[in-house]
Design a binder for this molecule. Sequence first.
Ligand SMILES: Cc1cc2nc3c(=O)[nH]c(=O)nc-3n(C[C@H](O)[C@H](O)[C@H](O)COP(=O)(O)OP(=O)(O)OC[C@H]3O[C@@H](n4cnc5c(N)ncnc54)[C@H](O)[C@@H]3O)c2cc1C
Length: 375
Amino acid sequence: MAKIVILGGGFGGVVAAERLAQQLGEDHQITLVSRSRQFVFYPALVRLAFEKSRPADVSFDLRHTMLDRRVNFIEAEVAHVDPFERSITIANGQFEGRVPYDYLVFALGRRLATERITGFYEHAHHLLNVDKAISFGKAVNKFHEGRAVFGQCPGARLPVPVYESAFALARRLEEKGERERVRITVVSPTTLESEIVDPAGAAALKKALEAHQIEFLPNLSIHSLTQDSAVTKSGEAIDFDLLMLVPPFRGSPAASYLGTTDEEGYIHVNSTMRVAGLERVYAVGDCVNFDGPKMGHMAVRQAEVAASNLAAEIEGRAPVSHYRHEMRFVIDEIGTGSLYLHKDLATDEPATVRQGYFWSWAKRVHEKYWEVSHS
Ligand SMILES: Cc1cc2nc3c(=O)[nH]c(=O)nc-3n(C[C@H](O)[C@H](O)[C@H](O)COP(=O)(O)OP(=O)(O)OC[C@H]3O[C@@H](n4cnc5c(N)ncnc54)[C@H](O)[C@@H]3O)c2cc1C
């Protein structure tokens, strides 16, 4: 019998647990540890902020779902990982102390490094958790004129909600007849082509932004914030009345215990999702060091690969699955400008780009599918 411990109850951890439960016999013990029993479906947080869904629609209770799949769930904080003793230490939860493992899947996501932008905490909204999305939504409700600024800080790895928020605000103001009173700006530390990773995708997005009179300002690295102004590294000031930024990302603090991270704290893994230089440890999701945006579908695919290879390792077989780094997303413009993009990040082949209302609908169907299949 093998004891498998999975850290993190996000896309990566949940899918790894589900797949292992499917692939391993009942004699093996699978335990999932996460600080909250709530799984949050992050791609729906823009819709939550704009009151198109409710908190209950974007989360589900992990304990219940995991039990259904014969996975033990522990609600607690992961305080320490010892990959040589093969144990983790958990605190502040239903159970405290050391938990030994035979195999580990690390899926603790990323850290929001808000401290890297002076004034972020006081002056910026973000929507990277349920409470923050709701509080951003309240600010949107009070906003009727002036300038709204959206963007990624340097080191942020998540363009989708930036554009979706700008489109959602434009649509809301258009419906209320208030659009003329508001200037909407998207700022980026790079260019649209780099942010979207493909020229055709960038051109399609640019057209959609222009259709809503949303201006795009490239190459602005936000460095600090005051109450009404975002100041860039080169000293330019961008005034705002409403500000939503994706803060810089860094690796999970607990990843440092594995002793094999890059300078931003992301874990080195190979294509089988095994952690470099460590035995019996896999890592998946936002915590690993692949290039480009950090996305839920990547975490899901990495978890599937890790689960297949871990099951093979337990049974004494060679790895059976390899991860291919691809990017696939929908930017929901809530209409015909909605954009689907798929690109293989390992090649120079152009992306597949599609645009139309279908993709807005498809994104919501996908959200419903997750909710129904996990609650
Ligand atoms: C607003 C928004 C919109 C997005 N839109 C899209 C989209 O359209 N398409 C897409 O593909 N992706 C999207 N993403 C990105 C996607 O949500 C992430 O890439 C994905 O959640 C990563 O999954 P993960 O399992 O690696 O990490 P997470 O989902 O962050 O899960 C990590 C888990 O570990 C837990 N945890 C962390 N540290 C500890 C600790 N010390 N102890 C115990 N538990 C801990 C956390 O509570 C969490 O449950 C979006 C994200 C956001 C925020």
